[in-house]
Design a protein around this ligand. Structure first.
Ligand code: NAP
Length: 280
């Protein structure tokens, strides 16, 4: 078996579920130590136990600076370095037409997605600058690259994450620290099931919906597709890739058309962003 992350130390936030969990699995399979942070404590402990002794779970709310610092300090205690920081924790957040979004819901969405990523970048950067190496991976979305891919607060936050990735990359490159992000379209996770179908457990139905809409005929995106992109950005193979936003979207944002455009038009989650208008 290859060991593309042999003995590297990684932190992944939002790692109790979905993309974070899948990435933790792949990182461990490739030889890394992984510190998993999430607000889902029981699930996080279960995931870490399943992953084995190279994994450790810590409760971490990414909007709490001291908890983010603690997560990173736990990671640096493993071998003394922090090689990979993946700011992945997220929610869909406020969902409503633009004139009906409540201010506190809008702000809360930005707090988790943007402030949470900022805090992860900030504290990883402090350690990585000192050691003059490291890879920071932020979780954007196709909703951060184009209009019409998600609710307004979510799209705002994801655009901000792409911007922060590029700006942090421009500063940290002189220390040998790379900063990139990933922009998936809908992939089968509890978050997407909740967003698309209003039921975070409806995974089979979600896969069917995503496969029915995918430009890659019949192929739904998976958490593992995104985890493999994270593996590339975490590994030395991406050593000259910096400030990049890597899409994992079957070509949606570059012009590939949905197999069945009518399929997604029926999903309110997409209509809220104005893609299909707000008529029922
Ligand atoms: P997921 O399965 O719901 O995993 C996200 C995890 O983050 C959950 O365990 C969630 O807990 C946790 N979390 C929420 N707020 C947090 C906080 N303040 N601090 C720490 N952890 C927190 O969702 P996912 O689909 O894997 O999403 C991971 C990332 O990918 C998100 O940033 C999302 O925006 C992005 N993304 C997902 C898709 C997709 O289609 N799935 C597409 C594009 C981008 P709770 O469940 O308790 O909230």
């Amino acid at each position: 078996m290859s060991r593309r992350l042999k003995d590297k130390v990684a932190v992944i936030t939002g790692a109790s579920s979905g993309i974070g969990e899948a990435t933790a699995q792949i990182f461990i399979d490739e030889g890394a130590y992984v510190v998993l942070g999430d607000i889902q404590r029981d699930l996080g402990n279960e995931v870490a136990a399943r992953l084995g002794d190279r994994a450790k779970f810590l409760f971490c709310d990414v909007t709490r600076e001291e908890q983010v610092e603690e997560l990173i300090s736990e990671a640096t205690s493993v071998t003394g370095t922090l090689d990979v920081m993946m700011n992945n924790a997220g929610i869909v957040g406020a969902r409503a037409p633009i004139d009906q979004i409540l201010l506190d819901e809008f702000q809360k969405t930005l707090e988790i997605l943007v402030t949470g990523s900022f805090l992860g970048i900030k504290h990883a950067a402090a350690k990585m600058k000192e050691q003059e190496s490291g890879s920071i991976i932020n979780m954007a979305s196709t909703a951060g690259l184009s209009g019409g891919f998600g609710p307004h607060a979510y799209a705002t936050a994801k655009h901000a994450i792409v911007g922060l990735t590029r700006n942090a990359a421009a500063e940290l490159c002189r220390y040998g620290v790379r900063v990139n992000c990933i922009a998936p379209s809908g992939v089968a996770t509890p978050l997407a099931a909740q967003a698309h179908l209003g039921d975070f457990t409806a995974m089979d139905k979600l896969r069917e919906t995503l496969a029915g809409n995918s430009p890659l005929k019949g192929r739904a995106g998976t958490a593992e597709d995104v985890a493999n992109a994270a593996l590339f950005l975490a590994s030395d193979e991406s050593g000259y890739t910096n400030g990049h936003c890597l899409t994992v979207d079957a070509g949606f944002t570059s012009g590939s058309k949905a197999t069945d455009p009518q399929h997604m038009a029926s999903v309110p989650f997409m209509r809220e962003a104005g893609k299909e208008g707000l008529e029922d």
